[in-house]
Design a protein around this ligand. Structure first.
Ligand code: 5AD
Ligand code: SF4
Ligand code: FES
Length: 401
């Protein structure tokens, strides 16, 4: 298991070295001063070593500070249910993994987690779940959203991550109080997508893109992202992912390394994967490059990054991330929400994660935006409909102006 201890000399020395290394070097970084990075520039930067790599991280850190400041926002993560109707080849809770005990939180458990978020000044929660589209599920989520809004007197921001749904469902959940939605494209490479998913109508690449469009139409702040270091994935494909995320104009991003899971079909390719440390390094570069390409979006420092590197989330914050998701799922369920192996924070109570993350963010030289929704500035600026903008935390709109 990954240790979460933030004390210890080794960690400090490593972090100080990391900070020193990302200071801009004297060498002119012509590439990084370009206003628009091309596909071939992105490939060069994803392969960057030495000074170019340092300059890339330094440039991303500089852009983050200039465009969105050094605040990190907390989103309390509630892993609502591992029941999933899909069968993605990479995921530990896929329908055909019969070794997982399936669960769904009770309304009371969700409300308790939401209350914890409120009491701890998190200001926002993310409710994540396996994908289901039966009426019972849709109604339950709608009802829960209303209860959370009531409990918090509309003070809690709510992000959903529940996969592909119909436009009607997206609209209903939006009306009920959710205002951000995460739906990763996983890879923007159609051919690779087809190798990661069964070839059927519920795992359709075009349908996924259409869902991202539907979410935008419904008024959500839309988040997407990809996995990094997948079998068959190339640097060219990752460069394309970055351009794709820019092209669909996301408001938020969540990206992280692919981590193999024994009970999944992709496990057989373990021997062909990049070493984990390289997957981590590429993930850091993807975060930095996305920050350069999309200066005012929100980018999460994902748990998968910490799975590989004990200081993975701090490093991600230093090169461009500004959102972190402390786990609020009741501990007894966590073991069963393992999309990938070696997931950290399986045994830590919400309180422990909170203190741990707080210290980690300070080590990374950032502040925590307590009680602030910390909405995507990108969203506030692109939103043409003033009625919808009212759903954004007024504090964050003021900062945009
Ligand atoms: N490794 C890393 N990330 C994974 N996810 C699912 N399985 C894995 C894995 N094995 C990510 C997917 C999904 C998100 C909820 O979790 O990107 O969208
Ligand atoms: Fe289900 Fe999401 Fe896992 Fe795919 S990635 S199997 S949709 S939980
Ligand atoms: Fe450190 Fe969870 S205990 S982040």
């Amino acid at each position: 298991m990954i240790s979460c201890s933030i004390s210890g000399r080794v960690l400090w020395v490593e972090l100080i070295t990391f900070v020193k290394n990302i200071a801009m070097t004297d060498q002119t970084a012509t590439l990084l001063s370009k206003s628009d990075l091309t596909h071939s520039d992105l490939i060069t930067l994803l392969n960057a070593q030495g000074d170019l790599r340092k300059n890339l991280f330094a440039r991303a850190a500089e852009i983050k500070n200039k465009c969105i400041g050094n605040k990190v926002y907390f989103r309390g993560l509630i892993e609502y249910s591992n029941i999933c109707s899909k069968n993605c080849y990479y995921c530990g809770v896929r329908r055909e993994n019969h070794k997982v005990e399936r669960y769904q939180l009770t309304d009371e458990e969700v409300l308790e987690a939401a209350q914890f978020a409120l009491d701890n000044h998190f200001a926002s929660i993310v409710i994540q779940s396996g994908e289901r589209s039966d009426h019972k599920f849709i109604d339950t989520i709608e009802r829960l959203l209303c209860k959370i809004k009531k409990l918090s007197d509309s003070r809690l921001g709510i992000t959903l991550s529940m996969g592909e749904q119909t436009e009607e469902t997206y609209n209903r959940w939006f009306e009920a109080g959710a205002h951000r939605y995460l739906l990763r494209i996983e890879t923007s490479d159609r051919e690779l997508y087809s190798k990661l998913h069964p070839n059927d109508s519920i795992h359709d690449f075009d349908a996924r893109i259409e869902s991202l469009r539907a979410l935008r139409r419904a008024g959500y702040q839309v988040g997407s992202g990809v996995m990094i270091g997948l079998p068959f994935q190339t640097i060219e494909s990752l460069a394309h992912d970055l351009l794709f995320l820019k092209e669909i104009d996301i408001d938020m991003a969540g990206m992280g390394p692919f981590i193999e899971h024994k009970e999944t079909p992709l496990y057989k390719y373990t021997g062909q994967l990049l070493p984990r440390q390289e997957r981590f390094e590429l993930s850091l570069k993807m975060v930095a490059l996305l920050r350069i390409l999309m200066k005012n979006i929100n980018i999460a420092a994902t748990t998968a990054m910490q799975t590989i590197d004990p200081q993975g989330r701090e490093k991600s914050i230093m090169v461009g991330s500004n959102v972190i998701m402390p786990n609020l799922t009741p501990v007894k369920y966590r073991e069963n929400y393992k999309l990938y192996e070696d997931k950290p924070c399986i045994d830590e109570e919400a309180e422990q994660c909170r203190s741990c993350l707080e210290a980690r963010i300070h080590i990374a030289g950032n502040e925590i935006g307590w009680d602030e929704w910390g909405d995507s500035k990108h969203f506030a600026l692109r939103m043409p409909d003033p009625d919808k903008v009212q759903l954004v935390d007024p504090k964050s709109i003021n900062k945009v102006k």
